[in-house]
Design a protein around this ligand. Structure first.
Ligand SMILES: [Zn+2]
Length: 328
């Protein structure tokens, strides 16, 4: 056989191979949004999905109804799809029939209570006017919610059942005496003792300073990883989102860009940063389904689907750094 024949055969073989692999191993998932009952189209906007096996991930994005994943086999058993206008939808897939995935309407609402104990940098702990209370609480939550939406976490912070978003505790000596906090867990016990803790909600305490690594700063914060976080007087909503991330099962991201495949420096879970701006879809998956997330421990939202992301062989999780969208 001469070279010319080889050259003709190779592209022909490649064409067959590519055609076969796409035709044989593509998988599609049809999306349905309940907001439009007559025709279950999702409203405008992009949907992005992660299809996962115990060892691998496929991704696709669409502005229409169908997500297509390439090179899929039966080990890909679960799909989670993210949008800005509602909580992520997820299901275990078998591929025995056409797979559809229905979103619930709206976001996953998490009750939050803010306790203003000492909100000035000097540590004089002034009383707040009604307007200041409203501004502090509502602005902080509105900003946090706009980022949670932008990042497609599907989570919305809401006032607790009694409707009180923020409580001014500047006149509660049992708390102001602890305006410099060295341990979140110890502080929470004091707050519970003073009856200043909302059970069944995420509690954020604004104090003067928080000690981290031996340094007390107004820009520090700590969390008990479940239902309480304590933040210094200068804490931004970005730092508050970091602490909420801890309450929703997320640990610090200490890896480098080469470990991660994307730069973790701007991730919300970076231990120390002033440029935090994104959550990965791998993190959002854990917020909703990890057994240690407040969504499951505190609110029990996914009893049949929660899992240990670091050790479950039955129900898989994507890698922590997996992203469907690179841009924040
Ligand atoms: Zn942290």
């Amino acid at each position: 056989m001469n070279w010319r024949v080889y050259l003709l055969i190779i592209p022909a073989l490649l064409t067959v191979a590519v055609g076969f692999s796409l035709a044989a191993n593509d998988a599609t998932v049809t999306l349905e949004c309940t907001a439009v009952p007559t025709a279950p189209q999702c409203p405008s906007g992009t949907s992005g999905g992660l299809l996962i096996s115990p060892t691998d991930t496929r991704k696709d994005r669409t502005t229409k109804r169908t997500l297509s994943f390439e090179d899929v086999d039966s080990s890909f058993k679960e799909v989670m799809v993210f949008r800005r206008d509602r909580a992520p939808a997820f299901k275990q897939v078998t591929w025995t029939t056409a797979e559809t995935l229905a979103f619930n309407s709206g976001h996953e609402e998490l009750p939050l209570r803010i306790w203003a104990i000492c909100t000035d940098e000097q540590g004089t702990c002034p009383a707040l006017t009604a307007t200041q209370q409203k501004t502090l609480g509502e602005k902080m939550v509105a900003h946090a919610n706009s980022i949670l939406t932008r990042e497609r976490t599907g989570i919305k912070l809401v006032p607790p059942a009694d409707g009180t978003l923020i409580s001014d505790e500047s006149g509660t000596p049992a708390l102001t005496v602890h305006k410099t906090v060295t341990s979140c867990e110890v502080f929470k016990q004091k707050a519970v003792g003073a009856n200043k803790f909302a059970a069944g909600a995420l509690n954020i305490y604004i104090v003067n300073k928080v000690e981290v690594n031996g340094k007390s700063e107004t820009s520090n914060a700590c969390s008990n990883f479940m239902d309480a976080a304590v933040v210094g007087a200068k804490a931004s909503s970005y730092l508050i989102l970091h602490e909420i991330g801890h309450m929703l099962a997320l640990d610090h991201v200490n890896e480098t860009a080469s470990d991660w495949g994307s730069d973790p420096k701007e991730n919300f879970m970076k231990d120390s940063s002033v440029t935090r701006k994104f959550f990965t879809e791998g993190q959002i998956f854990r917020m909703h389904l990890d057994k240690t997330s407040a969504i499951n421990v505190l609110f029990n939202r996914h009893p049949g689907d929660q899992r240990w992301c670091e050790s479950s062989p039955v129900l898989p999780c994507p890698e922590l750094h997996e992203r469907v969208w690179e841009e924040p």
